[in-house]
Design a protein around this ligand. Structure first.
Ligand code: CP
Length: 310
């Protein structure tokens, strides 16, 4: 049987609540089940990754599965074999699940169409990064409400997503999931990298970080996604830093209880300065710590949906 997690719209009330509760258990020290029981999981990472790839790998290990990593440089994708034909090979070799990251929007949907098993979207171009969103919304729920599933604590929470919105799948997934639990999301971006607020559940977009500094509870910072910036787009990093960097001086003007988040990887000294990175308001360490529990919870839930325990 197949089971998928491709986008945040699949986190309806029941699924989100169950995943949040399981993440809370795991963060509190519960151990992973043996849900994968020897099953084979392909980590198909066609774009670089540290956090997501390693957290899925750790999750597969803890769930008793076997992971195999497929990357573009060392696989026959480099010889122009298609993703669809690669999936036929994986299926023939007894693969049960595919976790896919790719530079193209819709790749996870394509995998789900041609692969009969569990499929998880680990980031598709500027499309979605749903496990990142689940992780970060649970982090924020825990910080504000004491538990990873205290989503009611996010109602009315004001979140600014700041930076290169147009190239960001994280903004699209995190913004929409936050707004679905009642947070008020606003975007901050240079005019050329702005994004229709409806694409990320926001109420609007401004072009100045200084407009929102003292109005929001959360500053969710993004890096410039150089890998998706067009070859003929000029990137003036110095000007970006001057207008959009969250510096210690700017953070001092934010609410004293405001927190700072970042999905990683951070471009230190560009969107965040060193002092902010070492500030107690910075939650990136907690975000990284939630990475494995989040992927364990997702894979356990999908294994159950796929009927692997029965
Ligand atoms: N946030 C995130 O997706 O990081 P990686 O690219 O390192 O997986």
């Amino acid at each position: 049987m197949s089971a998928t997690f491709l986008g945040v719209e699949e986190l309806d009330g029941g699924r989100l609540a169950a995943l949040g509760a399981r993440i809370e258990d795991l963060v509190g020290g519960a151990t992973a089940t043996h849900a994968l029981g020897g099953r084979r999981v392909a980590l198909m990472f066609l774009e670089p990754s540290t956090r997501t790839a390693l957290s899925f790998q750790a999750a597969v290990d803890q769930l008793g599965g076997r992971s195999v990593r497929l990357d573009p440089e060392t696989s026959s994708l480099v010889k122009d074999e298609s993703v669809r034909d690669t999936l036929r090979v994986l299926a023939a070799q007894g693969t049960d699940a595919v976790v896919v990251r790719a530079p193209w929007v819709g790749t996870a949907q394509l995998v789900a169409r041609f692969f009969d098993g569990v499929v998880v979207n680990a980031g598709d171009g500027v499309g979605e990064h749903p496990t990142q969103a689940l992780q970060d919304v649970c982090v924020l729920a825990r910080v504000r409400g004491g538990r990873a599933d205290a989503f009611s604590a996010l109602e009315g929470c004001r979140v600014a997503i700041v930076g290169d919105l147009s190239h960001s799948r994280v903004a699209r997934s995190v913004g929409r999931l936050l707004s679905s639990v009642g947070a008020e999301v606003v975007g901050v971006a240079p005019r050329e990298w702005s994004l229709d607020p409806r694409a990320f559940g926001a109420v609007g977009v401004t072009n100045e970080i200084d407009d929102v500094l003292d109005e929001v509870d959360v500053l969710y910072m993004l890096r410039i996604q150089h890998e998706r910036v067009g070859a003929n787009e000029h990137v003036d990093v110095a000007s970006y830093r001057a207008r959009f960097q969250l510096s210690a001086r700017r953070l001092a003007r934010a609410r004293p209880d405001a927190v700072v988040m970042h999905p990683g990887p951070v471009n230190r000294g560009v969107e965040l300065d060193d002092l902010v990175l070492s500030s107690p308001q910075m939650l990136d360490g907690l975000q990284y710590a939630f990475g494995v529990p989040t992927r364990i919870a997702v894979l356990e839930a999908l294994a159950e949906e796929a009927g692997w325990g029965s």
